[in-house]
Design a protein around this ligand. Structure first.
Ligand code: PGA
Length: 281
């Protein structure tokens, strides 16, 4: 166990347990830069048929998809026309409200399309677009301001893991973003170790649980026990139908942010139906 984790767990030891809150599991598909709008419609249609066949109860396990911007309107139209309770998310947004920001998309534009979640701080944006904690927090605040729930993505690289252990970097990233949200704001945290994303090497369920527990414990100090107990913390990084049950059996893991495996309707549908899996990871 590393120092950061140790500190958090030691601090937790003398504290009262959190109030019990039933958190609805959330399985979210991050499509990244894949699928044009026609392919997007086809995927959502197939997914909905598969879930219908399985008699999926969307109130039992919430399902969200995060298509590229160019697909949002098409997917929204399908969801509305077919009355599908799949929730729409965006992969990014501008921290600005409107104006001379070529290429950017505002929170208000997304809200108008029925978008209910927005990823902020995905590691591919932190790394590929040099997004720092300040900007990620500003994006989270912009989303909240438009009625969109920010999904704050946090995670350590392999080098961070070596140097700081698993929890320190995710904790710092989460706290920096939450600090920019007004009191009482709803948010979701997605813990995604960078070394696990797209690598086929998922964290173990126990590793994910240890960091998720540390994140939740740290939330108590900044948002209070009730919000900390109600906040959903997802795991992401090479999630598949083979390992989802293991993650979902952990007390502090409330869902998954799924990349590659969300592009195949059958596989994503199996992940959503994790309750039916007999064995875990
Ligand atoms: P992956 O991606 O499931 O393909 O590892 C997860 C993510 O980046 O959100």
């Amino acid at each position: 166990m590393n120092d950061a984790q140790n500190t958090v767990e030691t601090a937790a030891a003398g504290r009262a347990p959190l109030p019990f809150v039933q958190r609805t599991p959330l399985i979210a598909g991050n499509w990244k830069m894949n699928l044009d709008h026609l392919q997007a419609i086809a995927l959502v249609q197939k997914l909905s048929w598969s879930l219908k066949d399985a008699r999926h109860d969307y109130t039992d396990v919430e399902v969200a998809v995060f298509p590229p911007f160019t697909d949002l309107r098409s997917v929204q139209t399908l969801l509305t026309a077919d009355k599908l309770p799949i929730v729409l998310g965006a992969q990014d947004l501008s921290p600005e409200a409107a104006g001379a920001f070529t290429g950017d998309i505002s929170a208000a534009m997304l809200a108008k399309l029925g978008v209910q979640y927005a990823l902020v701080g995905h590691s591919e944006r932190r790394q590929g677009h040099a997004e720092g904690d300040e900007l990620v927090g500003a994006k989270a605040a912009a989303a909240h301001g438009a009625g969109i729930v920010p999904m704050i993505c946090v995670g350590e690289t392999a080098a961070d893991l070596e140097e700081h252990g698993p929890a320190a970097i995710p904790l710092a990233q989460m706290l920096a973003a939450v600090a920019q949200l007004p009191e009482g704001a709803e948010f979701v945290v997605a813990y995604e170790p960078v070394w696990a994303i797209g690598s086929g090497q998922a964290a173990s369920a126990e590793q994910a649980e240890a960091v998720a527990a540390s994140l939740r414990e740290a939330l108590r100090d900044v948002v209070g026990d009730d919000r900390a107990a109600a906040t959903r913390i997802l795991y992401g990084g090479s999630v598949s139908s083979q390992n989802i049950a293991g993650f979902m059996s952990q007390p502090n893991v409330d869902g998954a942010l799924v990349g590659g495996a969300s592009l195949k309707s059958d596989e994503f549908s199996r992940i959503i139906q994790f309750r039916k899996h007999v064995t875990g990871a």
